[in-house]
Every structure is written in structure tokens, then in C-alpha cells.
Write a protein that binds this ligand. Sequence first.
Ligand code: SF4
Length: 326
Amino acid sequence: MPDAVMETRHLVKQFPVEGSRDVVHAVSGVDLIVLRGETLGLVGESGCGKTTMGRLVLRLIEPTAGEVLIEGRDLGALSKRELRRVRSELQIIFQNPFASLNPRMSVEEILRRPMEIHLRISAAERSRRVGLLLEQVGLREEHRNRFPHEFSGGQRQRIAIARALAVEPKFLVLDEPTSALDVSVQAQILNLLKRLQRDLGLTYLFISHDLSAVRHMSDRIAVMYLGKVVETSASETLFNDPQHPYTKALVSAIPVTNPRLRRERVRLTGDIPSPIHLPKGCAFHTRCPFVMDRCRTEGPVLQETGGSASHLVESHLVSCHLVDPA
Ligand code: SF4
């Protein structure tokens, strides 16, 4: 089995609520592994904690508890200098490329700046690499001296991808990288990201609420609900045989054109509970169509669907009393 590039161990993040002793439980004890060269999709509704996870694994924010390991090194145990060096190997692509690009810098400057900070290469080599990066992301040499406002949304996302690649990263967090783009260019950007992964051996954490995009991109998928992973498995297993009622609802809501492949819609009622006052027992019980008495008092644990020994990478793990042999 390939080695892990990124691993989280019981990661927790709570945000204080101003003027109160309460906290927002954004992430509550998440274990994830992303293997070298694969894409792990992290999916869930808005507010489920997936974006906070993306920031935690890059150490853009400090965890309340738990560990993030990059190639086996605990980021929390690194010195500031070591962390700065490791950070160049970790990059993020944001949802809105316009907001993440400095409007006063030309494309050449945007791509050169991270190389000046992180790579010890000559000015001539930096300039050569700018040309290479433009080509890799499907832009042309003539784009070098233009400014972000002169580009379309899709082209701006290509610039953001080129900037992330400028420092030769190993691991990229793709945080809803196409949700601000026109539908017509979303597939182009996803296919570009797939090609770059294949050509450069990149490893991705792909964060999205769009299940179709997650399916297209991911080798494995983890489904989050109210700060916890409720189901994780190989991508096709999750779509063909979802086990958690929440995953079933998400999968059944995907439009299917072939009537023979249509599945019964699992409809959710009610809103997501407040992450400040989490429900007792299973956090999903307030919306679950299969809720039982036990669910209101006893929280399920993430475990192998058959009840056998679990392994984070190879297993189909589900957190629900319905699949709990007990
Ligand atoms: Fe639904 Fe109960 Fe399973 Fe939670 S544990 S998902 S409430 S059946």
C-alpha cells in the first residue's frame, strides 16, 4: 500500500463564541488518511466542518486537540522554521480565484513571488518556470504580463493553480475549487486538476458539497456531518452501496438521467442542528428517517460495516446503530 502523505489523529477544533462560554464544535475527533498520489474527497453540507478541516491540515489554524501528520511528521511538534519549510509542500486552491489573486500583480509576479520565498533558484530559472507553469495549466506565454482582471473566472482559477504549483508542492487542499465557476468551465478545471495529479504525482484533499464533482475526482470519500466523519469508503462503494442514512440522502438527491439507475429518494426533514448545542446521542438523529430510541442517547462509533476490524484506508466505515452488530 502507498504511504500516507497526510494523516489526522482525533483532530478537534472548537471556536469560542464571543461574549459566551459556549464554543462552536466545528471538528470533533476526525481521523483521516490521504495516501500518496490519491484524492480523498471530503463531502457534506455547508457548516459540516469540511472547510475547517482543510485549514487545520495546512495549519492555517491551530487545532484545539489532536494531530496532523505530514509524511509522518507531526506539524504541531515542528519549529517555526521547519513548519515554514513544510508549508511550501502544502498548498491550497480556494473557491474564489479572484479574491485570492492580488489585483495589482501581473501573472508573472504572482507566479514568481512564491518561488522567491521558497525556492533557491536563479532569476532566469524562475522566469523559465513561469513559462512552464503557464503551459502546464493551459495558459499562454502572452498571458505572463497581464493582470487578474483581464481573465475569465476559469482562467483566474488556472492562475491560482499555477501559483500553487510554483513551489513544487506534494499535497494540495482543493477547497470547492469550481463552485464559483460557470458550469461550462467546471469540468475543464476538474480535468486539469486530474491531469496535473497524474503528471506531477500530486496528492489531493478535495473538499466539496457537490457529490458529482467528488465522485469524478476521488479515489476514496469521507462524508462529514456536524464535525464528524459518518461514513468513509472507496468512491464507487460509497455511491453504489451507501450505508449511513445521511449518505443515502445525499446520494439519492443526485440527478440520474437513466431511469433504470434511479433510486428511491431519501428525504431529510428539519435543519442542521446548531454546532454550538450538539444533539445528544447520534448528531443526525434530529433529521434521520430511521431514528430509534437508542439513537437519542447513545452516539454510534465509526466502524466496519460488517463489524470486523477496521482499517481507515481499506474499509467501508460507517457511524450508525443500523450497521452496528450490537
Ligand atoms: Fe439514524 Fe440512528 Fe443511524 Fe443516527 S444512529 S444515523 S439516528 S439510525
